[in-house]
Design a protein around this ligand. Sequence first.
Ligand code: 9MR
Length: 412
Amino acid sequence: MKCMWKRSLRRWLCMGLLAGMCMSAVGCSKVDNSEPASQDGAAAAPSPSTEPEASPTPEATPEAMPPIYEVPEAEAVLGTRLCEHYQGYFTVGTCISSSMLGNEKLEKLVLEQFNTVTCENEMKPDALLNQMACISQNEVVVMFPKRATDILDWAKEHDLKVRGHVLVWHSQTPDWFFKEGFQNNGALVSKEVMLSRMESYIKQVIEYCDTNYPGLVYVWDVVNEAFEDGSGEYRNSYWYQILGEDFIRYAFEYARKYASPETKLFYNDFNCYIDQKQTAIMTVVKELISLGLIDGVGMQSHLDVDYPSVDNYTRTLERFSKLGIEVQITELDVTTTGNDEASFQKQGEYYDKLFQIISIYEKLGSTNITGLTLWGVSDIYSWRSSQYPLLFDAALEPKPAYYGVLQEKQEQ
Ligand code: 9MR
């Protein structure tokens, strides 16, 4: 493995494409755990992080990359597991849905390539909260449906770890959860009631997993998507309306209270490379670090071949890592314009550059990535299937994107 990474480094260095980047990466080659979390965050980070942030509007197409690989025979490379390729650096996972289970070819591919899974929808609040039971018992009632336990059973059977997604989120959480009597048309509950509902929900979900599947769910996305893109303001969710800015801290306090000490607690969001949003996330994460309540930041990473640039994106990975906590890439996909050869090639080049830089940063200690999850296996099962964002096509054949992630393919 280490040899392969060295070859990867040599290849880039020989090509002279990363000379500048490597110099700056070497200059900050260790995650500095001792550095106190300063309030100026991203703005104060050393080069290359001092370069101006890209605007939220799509950037121009990244500079044309030279053709850097040839796709080898599928059989030859598919003998290599992505998760083994990155072993010792980070886990490699995918999201799955219960409807995928039973598809023999798909299951085989997941087991061949990945060592962690995330439930795409099955462990979200709208899947676990039961309105009738809440109304009749007048308290929060969590019930794991079969579609969730099917995935947990399958993961356990095959020795895959599970990312717990997600505890506190504005989306896919039923409105009635925030209302008097758990009624659709009730008034919003008081802060006191909402805090007790939040605590009860987090306690029940975590305890269910720890009791029935000890050690399986090794990380939780405790809070998801709390901030707006453009302004970095708090999203005006029911959580925010009822509990104010402290809702994030409360969620982490309850998660820490009920999760086992080994379980990792994450804040998770998308578009983290957008300036104002990144600053807002940094501020909250630093506060949570000072309280000892957080283990890492999840960058969802729903990207496109034209935006953000790989450099902009990887600088953000570096900045979060510099906080001295873990970083996970939690929902990676990279959209492209079509399913023709040229689009797939361009996408493959994006994935390739992305993973080369990630590889180098990890090797040099500039980032502290502990897990990487693709948001799906095949383009046809993707939430953005019309833009073909994943590593395998509809026939479950590997695309250039797969070889981009794998690296080293030209040396087979
Ligand atoms: O992939 C999920 C899709 O099937 C759902 O319809 C959608 C509904 O919100 O959620 C998708 O997953 C989201 C994830 O949970 C959080 N980050 C954004 C993802 C894409 O919307």
